[in-house]
Design a protein around this ligand. Structure first.
Ligand SMILES: [Zn+2]
Length: 344
């Protein structure tokens, strides 16, 4: 099997030749591997794509992640001072991007759920399609390039802020749902753009739906219905999908496995065997190394623990060996090689 066949078999819950090695490598690890400051790659789609291309030259992984990033087309202005880029995007958010790190939106213009832009502004947080197009055709044909599409709920959090959104869940739940509905439209449009660009795999990023932040009831009310619509649309467009919720989702797991994606990125604080049994006929489990362990442990220790995780899926079905969240920038190269070796 090649990387694509193996990934498809796993996501379709069919038998694979061996477990697929797919640590969640994105721009952070990839940029450092190529010797470029991460911040520089984060705001430039060309450098970003080159860094991901380089991963496949160095490592025999089956796939990489295209994460949230900025593209030159989204940037209204930028200045570099005191070791960081300060970038204003077309949606009015200001991003702080430290020279050697990924960026985050640190200031937002939108302060009310009535702000028109929540309903009609196409997100600037969508450089992923530009990065995808920059990846060599060879790798797009042979490897699982898993491209991020932000979930409707996390869209709102990006534009309106986490604290404001949490308050709205309690104080203005109906109004908030109207806004999430509006953002869903944009999420579906983004899915179409990625399908048109030829993407085969998408990850629905709902980092803000973590069980560390919202309750299972809130997940069912404000996140799940929208994820289901996204997953359905992705399938209709002929792509496969993975849902990515950071952190502890133990309490909501029974609901998460009904979101309709083909796979789930499972973070390290969730028990792999328990989730294997719950997800069994519904979705493939992608996980669940702690990225910090992958950075800190010796290669031998990584191989030992990887084999334990693989042994939990004895029939060569249902697992893609991965990290629970994104591989850290400073993970040693040898540790990624050990991770891959354990799968072969
Ligand atoms: Zn995560």
């Amino acid at each position: 099997m090649n990387s694509i066949e193996r990934t498809n078999a796993a996501l379709d819950l069919k038998e694979y030749d061996h477990v697929s090695p797919q640590p969640q490598i994105d721009v952070a690890y990839a940029a450092k591997l190529m010797g470029v400051p991460v911040g520089k790659a984060f705001i430039d789609e060309k450098i970003h794509a080159d860094a991901l291309n380089n991963v496949f030259e160095v490592h025999d992984v089956d796939g990489v992640y295209v994460n949230l990033c900025l593209s030159s087309a989204d940037i209204v202005s930028q200045e570099f001072r005191d070791g960081a880029y300060y970038v204003k995007d077309v949606c009015g958010a200001t991003w702080t991007v430290n020279e050697d790190d990924i960026g985050s939106a640190t200031e937002r213009d939108i302060t009310s759920l009535d702000d028109e832009r929540l309903f009609n502004m196409s997100p600037a947080i969508f450089a992923a399609v530009d990065v995808y197009k920059g990846i060599d055709q060879k790798w797009r044909d042979e490897k699982a390039i898993v491209v991020g599409v932000t979930g409707a709920f996390s869209h709102v959090v990006f534009l309106y802020g986490l604290e404001n959104t949490m308050m709205a869940m309690v104080l203005e739940p109906e109004k908030l749902k109207e806004v999430i509905d509006a953002r869903l439209r944009f999420a579906l449009e983004n899915i179409d753009k990625l399908a048109d660009a030829g993407c085969k795999y998408l990850w629905i990023g709902e980092g803000s739906a973590s069980g560390s932040l919202i309750s299972p009831d809130m997940y069912r009310e404000f996140v799940l219905p929208y994820q289901q619509k996204m997953a359905e649309h992705i399938r209709k467009r002929g792509m496969r999908s993975v849902v990515h919720i950071c952190g502890d989702i133990n309490k909501a797991i029974e609901s998460v496995v009904t979101c309709g994606t083909d796979g789930i990125d499972l973070d390290h604080m969730n028990d792999l065997a328990t989730v294997r049994d719950i997800a069994k006929d519904k979705m493939c489990v992608k996980g669940n190394f702690d990225p910090v362990d992958l950075q800190e442990w010796s290669p031998d220790k990584i191989i030992e623990v990887a084999k334990e995780k693989i042994a939990l899926f004895p029939n060569n079905k249902g697992l893609i060996l991965s990290t629970g969240c994104l591989v850290t920038r400073d993970t040693p190269k040898e540790n990624i090689d050990a991770f891959v070796k354990a799968c072969l």
